[in-house]
Design a protein around this ligand. Structure first.
Ligand code: ADP
Length: 452
């Protein structure tokens, strides 16, 4: 989309406000709402100024101190960074009158790319894939829970004993999904009009739980859609008086919410993953990609499971994998090969939770897989039955602490994402671990209060 096309859309839809933003480290769409006059004036300039603190505070917006951050800290004086709209992402917001949205790349005031920015990380990985002759196609599927709450009631109830959109277990029940059409169907329809195709959705396994499958697209576009889906669904559902959560595990008694990632590599119109003569239709590039993604999974795990809460989802037998395994159409393995024929053949990475930052989750999938191709790796044997029972397979990290220790020294991470990002991410996650270390939980009170 060029500037003329954007101007045409603005005039045609009477746009008055444009949301300009970029993903922060957690994949939250952050930025500003600017007047259309301001947006058009900034079009040809160097970008829109934004305080760099969006990369220097934690998810609760507490500024991280004492970390010697090269971006987003008092040490750098909380300088400005520049948001430059990627016009390809410009879209009209269907659920707000006269509003459009755009996703931005992030630059320093001196014109260099902000290397820590998740969109820059994924862009670099995609560019390297292109130099190898591949165009990656990705999709994310989100599970999430919806509650009949609002911002105030959530706080009054301290995020506990919330009223779900619907009670009970009605997974795949058409009638139950139909009953919710005014809320969840409206979400799908709005997303469609927003340029985010939801191929299908279903009632999931648990109270208020749904899954939506986003249509695959070139990697950067698919990550943008993933972020815009999460942020937009919070807005659309608020209009219906309900609130979603993408926490990986909302309750210890209920299933977690996944954020599975589908991926394939293309050479022009042909899938580089397909070979008619290969086992399960897999090309040698796909075998090496699979092998690399599998081997690098433990060291890149901190990008698939970024939060303390992410690790609560990995429970044996719970649909969330606990070891690095692959299988052909095996939903207990962490990499599921879908031998769907010449264009549908793909790999599904089943480890991420819905809390994954899509940019970083995609970057992790691709870096591991492309590294496997560079190295010409060959995969081990597939797991043909229950992967939870396959105790001889490489274990995945069970805590953020373990994951971040592996990530910090990962040669793949440093080579593919760069030191600036890896060091920043490691510091941020260690800060998060430290915050959690001090938290006294409801579980601890219930368990120890009277007994010890
Ligand atoms: P589920 O895991 O819920 O059973 P499916 O196996 O039906 O879902 O996979 C659907 C997802 O795969 C969708 O997001 C779809 O867009 C994506 N997909 C289909 N073909 C490809 C492809 N060639 N490359 C990447 N993703 C693809």
């Amino acid at each position: 989309m060029d500037k003329d096309e954007v101007r045409r859309l603005i005039a045609e839809h009477g746009i008055e406000t444009v949301k300009i933003g970029t993903p922060d480290m957690d994949g939250v769409y952050r930025g500003k709402r600017v007047s259309v006059k301001q947006f058009l004036a900034g079009f040809d300039g160097s970008g829109f100024a934004q305080c760099d603190v969006i990369f220097g505070w934690d998810i609760a917006e507490e500024v991280m101190t004492g970390l010697d951050l090269a971006m987003g800290s008092a040490d750098t004086g909380f300088a400005d960074i520049l948001l430059r709209p990627d016009l390809e992402t410009f879209r009209v917001v269907p659920w707000e009158p006269a509003v459009a949205a755009v996703v931005c790349d992030v630059y320093t005031e001196h014109g260099g790319v902000v290397e820590q920015s998740p969109r820059a990380v994924l862009r670099r990985v995609v560019e390297r894939a292109r130099t190898m002759g591949f165009e990656p196609a990705m999709a994310v599927e989100y599970e999430f829970r919806i509650f009949r709450e609002d911002q105030e009631s959530l706080r009054e109830k301290r995020y506990s004993d919330l009223r779900p959109l619907n009670p009970g277990f009605n997974c795949y029940s058409i009638s139950h999904a139909t009953i919710d059409d005014d809320v969840v169907g409206a979400l799908r329809r709005n997303m469609d009009a927003y340029g985010i195709e939801v191929e299908g959705y279903n009632r999931e396994h648990g109270e208020g739980m749904y899954e939506m499958n986003l249509r695959y697209a070139p990697a950067l576009e698919a990550a943008d859609r993933g972020m815009l889906f999460k942020s937009g669904s919070k807005e659309i559902l608020a209009q219906a008086g309900v609130v979603p959560t993408f926490m990986a595990k909302y309750s210890d008694e209920m299933d977690g919410c996944s954020g599975h990632i589908h991926q394939s590599l293309w050479r022009g119109d042909e899938s580089a993953f397909y070979d008619e003569g290969g086992a399960h239709g897999m090309s040698s590039a796909m075998r090496s990609y699979l092998s690399g993604a599998l081997r690098a999974m433990p060291e890149l795990f901190a990008l698939y499971a970024p939060n303390i809460n992410s690790y609560k989802r990995y429970v044996s037998g719970s649909w969330a994998p606990t070891s690095a395994t692959w299988g052909v159409d095996n939903r207990t393995s962490s990499l599921r090969v879908i031998a769907g024929g010449p264009s549908a053949i793909r790999i599904e990475t089943r480890v991420p939770g819905a809390d994954v930052n899509a940019y970083l989750g995609f970057a992790a999938c691709l870096a591991g897989g492309l590294w496997g191709i560079e190295q010409g790796l060959e995969p081990p044997s597939p797991v043909q039955s229950d992967a939870y029972a396959a105790t001889d397979q490489p274990e995945l990290p069970r805590t953020l602490e373990q994951a971040i220790a592996l990530f910090e020294v990962s040669a793949v991470a440093r080579d593919w994402f760069g030191d600036a990002f890896v060091d920043h991410y490691v510091k941020m996650r260690r800060w998060e671990i430290e915050k959690h270390r001090r938290a006294v939980t409801a579980w601890e009170r219930a368990r120890y209060f009277e007994q010890v």
